[in-house]
Design a protein around this ligand. Structure first.
Ligand SMILES: [Zn+2]
Length: 286
């Protein structure tokens, strides 16, 4: 088309300002109507339904990722525990305060909240064998924050050690009739693949770095007690590692293992989950 020539199509698509031709039903289609209130409500309902479908799956995938992170950090901390023994003539780091070997947490946490002092964890004798990331001491799925001031952030330590490793005289002595494992070579009954080392401990139970499993009456189930309580962060399960270096998630089903009594050392007769821990904690001296 020659420059300046009149193009009727372009006029119809772009009417001049003030022209009435665009308002005629026969000249151009009606502009789309706006959203009515009903349309908006329907849209919001659809979005809410989509969110309801998506959020649980997102939460599930986050929990799955955290479970994998929990096991890998438990694995790292347990390897550090083993490397410490390698460097110290097989002597195990102490599970609690007051032993010949240093406390694995790097300080005496008895009577206090272990998560408040980051510097103690950096002082842990295991620290130099880790990647020096403070998160190795805590389960990533721990939903709880520091009390009484949650703004201080999450717990820095959720993990405690089998009290029979390195000995924890605060609760048991060798005369109690149960094995204390002072050296890695002592871990024979149970075998390293069955002897647990570190466990996620619940927020209302954790204090010092030693997790006590009471052997009273073993193997008689009628006398089982819960001294310390395992965590339930992973769909009622806790991360737990073993002396051979492997880690797994252990799920608790007994309501007495799960209930938050805030009272440690509680009778829990016929609790099979206590026996599961007993079988993996120590064994009777000959
Ligand atoms: Zn965990």
């Amino acid at each position: 088309m020659a420059p300046g020539a009149h193009d009727p199509q372009s006029v119809a698509m772009k009417p001049e300002a003030g022209s009435q031709s665009g308002s005629s039903p026969s000249a151009s289609p009606q502009p789309p109507a706006g959203f009515s209130r009903a349309d908006l409500l329907v849209t919001l309902a659809v979005l809410a339904a989509l969110a309801a479908v998506q959020l649980p799956s997102l939460a599930n995938s986050r929990h799955q990722a955290n479970a994998a992170l929990c096991l890998s950090s438990l694995d790292e901390l347990t390897r550090a525990w083993r490397m410490y023994a390698d460097d110290n003539e097989e002597v195990l780091v102490a599970s609690g305060p007051g032993q010949n070997a240093p406390d694995w947490t790097g300080g005496d946490w008895t009577g206090g909240f272990p998560s408040r002092n980051c510097s103690n964890l950096i002082c842990s004798p295991l620290w130099r064998y880790t990647r020096r990331d403070i998160r190795v001491f805590a389960c990533p799925d721990d939903p709880f924050t520091l009390s009484p001031n949650p703004r201080q952030g999450p717990h820095l330590r959720t993990r405690s050690m089998n009290s029979y490793l390195g000995g924890s005289s605060a609760w048991f002595t060798p005369s109690s009739g149960w094995r204390l494992f002072w050296n890695y070579a002592d871990v024979e009954a149970p075998k390293p693949a069955d002897a647990w080392v570190l466990i996620d401990e619940r927020e209302d139970s954790i204090n010092d770095g030693s997790f006590v499993v009471d052997m009273t009456g073993y193997p008689n189930l009628q006398q089982t007690r819960l001294i310390d309580f395992p965590a339930d962060f992973h769909a009622q399960g806790a991360g737990i590692s073993f002396a051979d270096g492997h880690a797994e998630l252990k799920t608790w089903l007994d309501a007495r293992t799960l209930v938050r009594t805030r009272i440690i050392n509680t009778a829990s007769p016929n609790n099979e989950e206590v026996r599961w821990l007993q079988e993996r904690s120590t064994s009777r001296l000959p």
